[in-house]
Design a protein around this ligand. Sequence first.
Ligand code: ATP
Ligand code: MG
Length: 200
Amino acid sequence: MYIKALVLDNFKSFGRKTKIPFYEDFTVITGPNGSGKSNIIDAVLFALGLARTRGIRAEKLTDLIYNPGHEDGDASAGPREATVEVILDNADETLTRSQVVNAAGSDDVGDVDEIRIRRRVKETEDNYYSYYYLNDRSVNLSDIQDLLAQAGVTPEGYNVVMQGDVTEIINMTPHDRRKIIDEIAGVAEFDAKKEDAFEE
Ligand code: ATP
Ligand code: MG
């Protein structure tokens, strides 16, 4: 399974609906500082429910909505709604049809060769709302997280390495670095189970 495309609509600096295709193996996004490269990563984390707002560099969810006056610190006019859709190529059946049906709570998920996870944030005068969809079926964050966990994608995982993470890993103590390696290698899980067993 891999991300086939990303569709951003009114998200952060993407004021127009923008579809970004990805290659199966390796895709590089280049551009000048401030051109929106990191915003693309933020979009993936946002849509897949993998990060809290700080992880996607926003004080609050509604800061993620495109604001033409962002640079000048102006409040935004116009539509206060942002949508991001992550289109996953699941042709290799990393996730089975029944796993997708289960997460969507419906048989009506279409062809699961393609899994589309969409998140929308909408601001009203005195509140904001966040919605998740799986192949156009309305779902909860936990449905998305449970589904992705079955493909090895979790908020605690290292599926996404953020700007600054590499320097952080270089600068940490050997002991802390070892912990991360244990985590990635899946050893940490067994250490935790071992400890639990000793306690019993
Ligand atoms: P660098 O190379 O420095 O890491 P980058 O390509 O990763 O840069 P981003 O951090 O993705 O750049 O984009 C920053 C830009 O996004 C800034 O110009 C900022 O004003 C803009 N931006 C962030 N949030 C919004 C928003 N809600 N509306 C409009 N523009 C926004
Ligand atoms: Mg950046």
